[in-house]
Design a protein around this ligand. Structure first.
Ligand code: LLP
Length: 412
């Protein structure tokens, strides 16, 4: 959890207008550093896919994961390639559409396959292509049911008992197995970790017994961050220690060294980001006091989608702090669910905040992950600008979209 530099953010809001995303490069570098013990840090760019953020990652030696053709093209635009091993880019998915298949073949991007059909389609198109197998170990965990990616309710990964069939597809097409991958959910409960590591070693044993060699294992992503006061901060040493022990055990099975990858999204960028909005109206509705700001769930979807909590700072325009009162912070969209202070299931949850007036700024904390990347054009609202701060410097890394650009798509 980061305490926003309100003075700096107010200056940026004045310069670039609201609503505005602001990221801090120093925070991103610190999070990368905390995971340096892993052989490969692979950024799950879905969390924040701006090419300038990807370039920063590349400069810091971080590799990248892509989950769509667009994300592959973003990685290429940021200077990544798929030539070496470990590859700069890996494509992870449970299906591959025709355009993406063409792109992974053209750029030789290794594919982390979450279904056996993908292996057949890839094998037919590209003999000898590098593949990872994403395995669903039969259990998972997430901060919400929507982010739990393991277990039988989840569409993700190859079901663990189908591993022999996946390995047979690899052999049939002469595909090259790079490694085994597991991502059981986002915002995970670390009590699961020992079972995940154990399941990984067991899978490596099965692959070896079936006559397959591999070069790496991936711990996936899922590392949580402290969104609220009192939330635990992950102990990355301990996390690495558990995975390193699993890797060593797996090495005794295969009889040679294995690379250890980690694939975080949220952990690397969430705390680097703030969303700045301006208060444009206040009102009361019975017992509820509403503060209406110029950002909506089309910008920051997490509270509406998962009931997620983001810390909020009110920055008074007149510089005078006022007493706190229970406040519902909401946006401009034509839906009652466009509320930033809500619990899962859409229950409006007032929060004690300093009384805010029109013209004050409202800062939503820890929004660097799954903020801008999940934004939409709902209500014909153009995507907003993004700014990257690095020490004393700051620069625009995405300009604001215009309504004309949206309308131009329909000039057919
Ligand atoms: N690897 C795979 C295969 C994934 O599916 C994901 C996230 C990650 C890595 C990165 O997970 P992370 O380290 O960020 O937890 N929109 C939701 C999160 C969805 C995560 C989807 N997959 C949110 O705002 O909380």
């Amino acid at each position: 959890m980061q305490t926003p530099d309100t003075q700096r953010l107010s200056q940026l809001a004045a310069e670039y207008q609201t609503p505005l995303w602001v990221y801090d490069a120093t925070v991103i570098r610190a999070r990368i550093h905390a995971l340096k013990q892993f052989d490969t840090i692979r950024f799950a760019q879905k969390a924040c896919s701006n090419t300038h953020i990807l370039r920063l990652m590349r400069e810091e030696g971080v590799k990248v994961d892509a989950v769509s053709r667009g994300e592959i093209l973003r990685a290429l635009a940021a200077g990544y390639d798929a030539v070496d091993e470990p590859s700069g880019i890996v494509f992870t998915a449970d299906l591959i559409d025709r355009d993406t298949l063409e792109t992974v073949v053209a750029h030789q991007v290794p594919v982390n396959a979450g279904s056996i059909d993908m292996l057949h389609q890839l094998g037919e198109a590209s003999k000898g292509h590098r593949v990872w197998l994403r395995i669903n170990p039969g259990f998972g965990h997430g901060h919400s049911n929507k982010t739990n990616t393991g277990g039988e309710h989840s569409k993700h990964g190859i079901w663990h008992s189908d591993l022999p069939e996946a390995l047979a597809a690899i052999a049939q097409h002469g595909l090259k197995l790079v490694g085994l991958h597991m991502h059981i959910g986002s915002g995970v409960d670390y009590t699961h970790l020992e079972s995940v590591c154990g399941a990984m070693v067991d899978l490596v044993r099965q692959a070896k017994a079936a006559g397959h060699d591999l070069h790496a294992i991936s711990a996936g992503g899922g590392l949580s961050i402290p969104y609220r006061d009192g939330d635990a901060t992950i102990d990355t040493e301990h996390y690495f220690g558990l995975w390193d022990a699993a890797r060593k055990e797996a090495e005794t099975v295969v009889g040679h060294a294995l690379g250890l990858e980690i694939e975080p999204g949220r952990y690397l960028v969430a705390e680097s980001g703030n969303l700045i909005a301006e208060v444009r109206a206040t009102k009361n509705a019975g017992s509820n006091h509403f503060v209406l700001v110029d950002a909506g769930f089309n910008e920051l979807m997490r509270p509406s989608m998962y009931g997620s909590y983001h810390g909020i700072t009110v920055v008074p325009a007149n510089g005078q702090a006022s007493a706190a009162k229970p406040t519902v912070v909401a946006g401009p969209l034509c839906e009652s669910g466009d509320v930033f202070t809500q619990a899962d299931g859409g229950v409006v949850t007032p929060r004690d905040l300093p009384a805010a007036a029109v013209g004050d700024l409202v800062i939503f904390h820890d929004t660097g992950a799954y903020g801008a990347s999940m934004s939409s054009n709902y209500n014909t609202r153009p995507l907003i600008a993004e700014v990257l701060v690095d020490g004393d410097a700051s620069r625009l890394i995405r300009r604001r979209q215009t309504v004309d650009e949206l309308l131009a798509l329909e000039n057919v």
